[in-house]
Design a protein around this ligand. Structure first.
Ligand SMILES: [Zn+2]
Ligand SMILES: [Zn+2]
Ligand SMILES: [Zn+2]
Length: 330
C-alpha cells in the first residue's frame, strides 16, 4: 500500500479513513485518481458508506463504488455480527481492488459487467442447517465463507489445517488468481504452453487431486518446489498460491518503500505497478532481507513470523512466470 494525504490539509490519511483525522474533510477514493474531498468534482459517497464505512466514491448503478458493486451477494444482516464481518471483508477487498486496478488487471468481463464478482455467504443456521459454505472460485464468481472474517474462527481453522499463514487478504488474493487464470491463461494457448512446464498439467483430475492431498498430505521435500504445502495439490492451486504470494511481495514492498524501510537506489519511490514491471529476481534479494528483518521485529513484539515462507529457486521461477502475465509487466 502506498501512503495518501488529505486533499484539503495535506495530513497523512489511511487508506480506510472516511474523513481526515486532522481537518475533518470527508474523503472519497477513486481508482486512478486517489482521494478527493467528498462532494466536490461530482463525487458522491458509495451507498454502503453509512453501513460498512466504505470510503470510495459512487461510480455505478445503485450508487455503489467499484468495489462494492462487485459483491453480488452480501451477508444476511439479520444475523448478529454479520454487519461487522461484511465491513471487515469489504475493507480488505477495497485494498485488493486498488491493487488489481493499479496492476492493469481487468475488472470487467467482455460484456462490460463486473468481473470477478464476490458472494459473501455465511453458513446456514437454524434447526436443519444445509451444507456449509465452501470458499472457492467458479466461472468468475468468488464465494467467501464470511466466518473467515472472525479472527478466532480463522485462527482455529489455521491451526487445525497446520497452516503457517491464513488471512482474509490471502484468501482474496488466492481466489482472484483462479479467476485471472481463466482470463489470462486458459484462453491463451501460448500462455498454457509456457505455464504447463512450470506448474504442471492442469488437465489432471482436480477433485481426485484434492482428495489425494487431504488424504496423504504434500510429498516429502515439497518446500524445494512449492510456496505452500497446499500448492502441491494441483497445478491450479500452485498457480493461485504463487499468485497470492507475488501479491504479498508487491504490496509489502510498496509499503516498505513508502515508509523508507528499504534502501535500494534503484527502487526508491516506486509504486506497485513499477515494482511489478521489474523481474522477481531483481526484487527477491531485497524482499528476503526485509522479511528476515521484519520477522525479527515481529518476534520482538511477541508475534509470530511476519513472513513464514521460504523462496527456493524453483519458487522464484514460478513467481516470475506469474508476474509476466501482469499487464504492467509487458
Ligand atoms: Zn485534512
Ligand atoms: Zn463501496
Ligand atoms: Zn484455490
Amino acid at each position: 500500500m502506498r501512503r495518501y494525504h488529505c486533499p484539503s490539509c495535506g495530513a497523512e490519511i489511511w487508506f480506510h479513513n472516511t474523513a481526515c483525522l486532522s481537518c475533518g474533510t470527508g474523503l472519497a477514493f477513486l481508482t486512478g485518481r486517489g482521494f478527493g474531498p467528498l462532494g466536490t468534482g461530482g463525487t458522491s459517497a458509495c451507498a454502503n458508506r453509512a453501513v460498512i464505512g466504505c470510503n470510495w466514491a459512487a461510480t455505478g448503478p445503485g450508487g455503489l463504488c467499484l468495489s462494492c458493486a462487485q459483491s453480488t451477494v452480501i451477508p444476511d444482516l439479520s444475523v448478529p455480527g454479520n454487519g461487522r464481518r461484511w465491513a471487515r471483508i469489504e475493507r480488505d477487498k477495497r485494498a485488493l481492488i486498488r491493487m488489481l486496478d493499479a496492476l492493469g488487471l481487468p475488472l470487467r468481463d467482455a460484456a462490460g459487467a463486473p468481473a470477478p464478482v464476490f458472494e459473501l455467504r455465511g453458513d446456514p443456521i437454524g434447526p436443519a442447517p444445509g451444507p456449509k459454505v465452501i470458499t472457492g472460485h467458479a466461472h468468475g464468481t468468488i464465494t467467501l465463507n464470511i466466518a473467515e472474517a472472525d479472527d478466532a474462527e480463522r485462527e482455529r481453522i489455521r491451526a487445525e489445517m497446520g497452516e503457517p499463514y491464513r488471512t482474509l487478504a490471502g484468501h482474496l488474493r488466492h481466489e482472484v488468481a483462479h479467476h485471472y487464470w481463466d482470463v489470462l491463461v486458459a484462453s491463451d494457448p501460448g500462455a498454457l504452453d509456457r505455464l504447463r512446464p512450470i506448474f504442471g498439467d492442469e488437465r489432471a483430475d482436480y477433485g481426485a487431486a484434492l482428495e489425494r492431498h487431504y488424504r496423504e498430505g504434500p510429498p516429502p521435500g515439497w518446500e524445494a518446489t512449492h510456496v505452500t504445502a497446499y500448492a502441491t495439490s494441483h497445478p491450479w492451486e500452485d498457480f493461485a498460491d504463487t499468485w497470492a504470494h507475488l501479491f504479498n511481495i508487491l504490496d509489502s514492498m510498496e509499503t516498505a518503500l513508502a515508509y523508507e524501510l528499504l534502501h535500494d537506489d534503484g527502487l526508491q519511490g516506486l509504486e506497485i505497478a513499477a515494482l511489478a514491471a521489474l523481474p522477481v529476481g531483481r526484487l527477491a534479494e531485497r524482499w528476503i532481507a526485509l522479511s528476515v528483518a521484519l520477522n525479527a521485529v515481529n518476534e520482538a513484539m511477541g508475534h509470530g513470523s511476519f513472513n513464514p515462507f521460504v523462496l527456493r529457486p524453483a519458487v522464484l521461477e514460478k513467481l516470475e512466470a506469474v508476474r509476466r502475465l501482469l499487464p504492467v509487466a509487458n
